[in-house]
Design a protein around this ligand. Structure first.
Ligand code: MYA
Length: 572
């Protein structure tokens, strides 16, 4: 079945597919009750058994904590009930991750890597036999799962992996050779989703995905890596030396491994984003308490404008992240919607807003924030990785822009071809011309947003059009070489991010007003408007930079540093 197109990709054409994002999604009542019940047990378990400082110091999750997590069912959150899991939706899963990170990041990463990515390909693409064989054990945590894609020479360039899988002569096995690095859960997992290149029937090498278990001959994992943060989570290399993997352990079809990995990461990035949101909420709570208790110059520091500014910023960041994340998990739960771009947006936005938040939190607590007696320095170390793993934010920015412009690019190519043969293509060209004229006369308008946001939406609607015309200009200017124009792509992806974020924020605030009335939604209105005005300023600046920027000087400065092998301009 053809997927419903992506809401954010439609911006690149100047279209507003409002029906996809309206109304703002919600939990079902039953699921909310289940999630709330789990939170209660989770909070109690965390209080009694999880010592986050100790986990960080010893760089290990104690065995009894892992056992407790298994008993609570945390390894089976997304596994269907028929296989012994909770069968949570994407929204319920993300809400659980959001809560669990507030207890400990390493523990949350462990269940996150298990479900967001470790067993996700099995869930999405496994055969009934594969599911029957592994899911019950994965649901109880008897088997822990890991996802092994990255290699020393293939990080962001995931398609560049060198691990090979050769079909055995008797056609019963694939023989895997190669090594993977930085596999989360590597040291504790016994179920691995491993990606390797296979020769396909047409003589072309392509990536395939395999279920590999620890007991297979030729499989081994390396020592635990020492890390900056999330120290309790396990990270190791994986080595495959003539590792015999039964032919029936191929996940999805042979040669479809790259797409499989990308689909897994699309949903994995949402788990990570909800984790970032959870830490933001925890930091706000800690900082508000600290600021209200700490006295300087005879009064509570919470009364100082510069502290209020930081707290307000943290509130805006959390509200924006939350609106983005749960809009997007709602898209996943509706099914059959392309959300690849939206999940990348969530990951980039959530990890960067958490980074800004943890930085400000440490600053509010100043000297205390820097000390190990307080939780901030550990949280700062723990959350740095979010901008790196599951796709660096840089590569995801390129992905957002390039996959967005693919549509308009193909459309322009089509128009270009049609112009060469205008007589035959009269239908296409007149359709295009009509659309262009229609667009210049009437831009798509939001229909379901509360009228109180008119001052924001009228600009937003205009900027969606301006954005699409910048896309067209960039494509016309650079053609195919747009792929290498990273400054231009970064601006386009940032604009797409801001447009989607602002849409999610006002949809959510509108929903609050509809459900609770204006009086009870004052906080929603206040925060969403504050986000809106800032966001419009950012978009305005980005539109301006599309025409006038310092791209050339950036390139020249970098070239100078490369030529001098560093900084050679001593002042004295
Ligand atoms: S796991 C490792 C993470 N690694 C990455 O994320 C790798 C990043 N690289 C990439 O994603 C790809 O290589 C990129 C494409 C995007 C650069 N959905 O020619 P292409 C299709 C659907 O663009 P490339 C880790 O870190 C595309 O349309 N399809 O490919 C674990 C095309 O199809 P077609 C997609 O230039 C951390 C084809 O693929 C997507 O080579 C543990 C080729 O595309 C997509 N997204 O590279 C985390 N992308 O041929 C634990 C591409 O049909 C977290 N395609 O046109 C736990 C969380 C919980 C706690 C949180 C606590 C805070």
């Amino acid at each position: 079945m053809k997927k419903i197109s992506s809401f954010s990709k439609s911006f690149f054409f100047g279209n507003l597919l409002e029906d996809i994002v309206s109304p703002y999604p919600h939990f079902s009542k039953d699921e909310k009750e289940n999630v709330d019940l789990l939170f209660e047990s989770l909070a109690k378990f965390g209080k009694e058994h999880i010592n986050s400082t100790q986990i960080d110091r010893e760089a290990k999750i104690p065995e009894k904590v892992l056992t407790g997590m298994k008993e609570l069912g945390l390894f089976g959150l997304i596994i269907p009930q028929e296989y012994g899991g909770f069968g949570f939706s994407q929204t319920a899963y993300c809400k659980t991750v959001e809560n669990f990170v507030q207890i400990d990041n390493s523990c949350a990463i462990t269940i996150g890597a298990h479900q967001s990515i470790g067993l996700k390909a099995l869930l999405l693409f496994g055969t009934p036999e594969q599911k029957q064989k592994y899911l019950p054990k994965l649901a109880t945590g008897e088997m822990i799962a890991a996802f092994s894609l990255t290699e020393s020479g293939a990080g962001s360039d995931a398609a560049g992996i060198q691990t090979k899988a050769e079909f055995s002569e008797d056609k019963k096995y694939y023989i895997l050779n190669g090594s993977k690095i930085w596999t989360t859960n590597g040291g504790i997992a016994s179920f691995f989703t491993i990606f390797a290149k296979t020769m396909c029937a047409d003589g072309v090498e392509r990536v395939s995905a395999f279920i590999v278990t620890r007991d297979m001959p030729g499989f081994s994992t390396g020592k635990e890596e020492g890390k900056l943060g999330i120290k309790g989570s396990s990270t190791t290399s994986v080595t495959l030396t003539n590792c015999k993997v039964p032919a029936e352990n191929v996940l999805n079809q042979v040669g479809y491994g790259f797409k499989t990995a990308m689909e897994v990461l699309n949903s994995g990035r949402l788990g990570l984003s909800s984790g970032c949101l959870g830490v933001q909420k925890k930091l706000i709570q800690l900082c508000v308490q600290y600021a209200q208790e700490r006295k300087q110059f005879g009064k509570s520091i919470s009364q100082f404008g510069l502290i209020q500014k930081k707290i307000a910023q943290m509130m805006r960041e959390a509200y924006a992240t939350e609106s983005l994340v749960y809009m997007t998990t709602g898209l996943v739960d509706r099914g059959n919607i392309d959300y690849s771009l939206e999940s990348a947006i969530c990951k980039v936005f959530a990890s960067e807003s958490l980074w800004r938040t943890v930085n400000e939190a440490l600053q509010i607590c100043a000297g205390n924030g820097y000390m190990k007696d307080y939780p901030y320095e550990q949280l700062l170390r723990d959350c740095r990785i979010n901008m790196i793993f599951e796709g660096t934010n840089e590569i995801l920015r390129m992905f957002i822009a390039l996959s967005g412009i693919q549509g308009p690019g193909e459309r322009l190519k089509e128009i270009g071809r049609a112009l060469k043969d205008p007589i035959k293509s009269v239908g296409l060209l007149s359709g295009f011309a009509v659309k262009k004229i229609r667009k210049s006369l009437a831009i798509d308008r939001f229909k379901s947003i509360d009228p109180g946001f008119k001052d924001i939406t009228s600009f937003l609607e205009e900027y969606i059009m301006d954005f699409s015309s910048r896309v067209e200009t960039a494509l016309a200017r650079h053609g195919k070489s747009i792929i290498d124009k990273q400054f231009a792509l970064e601006r386009l992806s940032q604009m797409a991010m801001e447009l989607y974020m602002l849409t999610c924020v006002i949809m959510r605030a509108t929903d609050a007003i509809k459900r609770e009335g204006k009086d009870k939604s004052k906080a929603h209105i206040l925060i969403s408007k504050a986000i809106g005005y800032r966001c419009l300023d950012h978009i305005r600046a980005l539109l301006k930079q599309s025409d006038s920027n310092d791209d050339e000087s950036i390139k020249q400065i970098a070239a100078y540093a490369y030529a001098q092998k560093g900084y050679d301009l001593d002042a004295v």
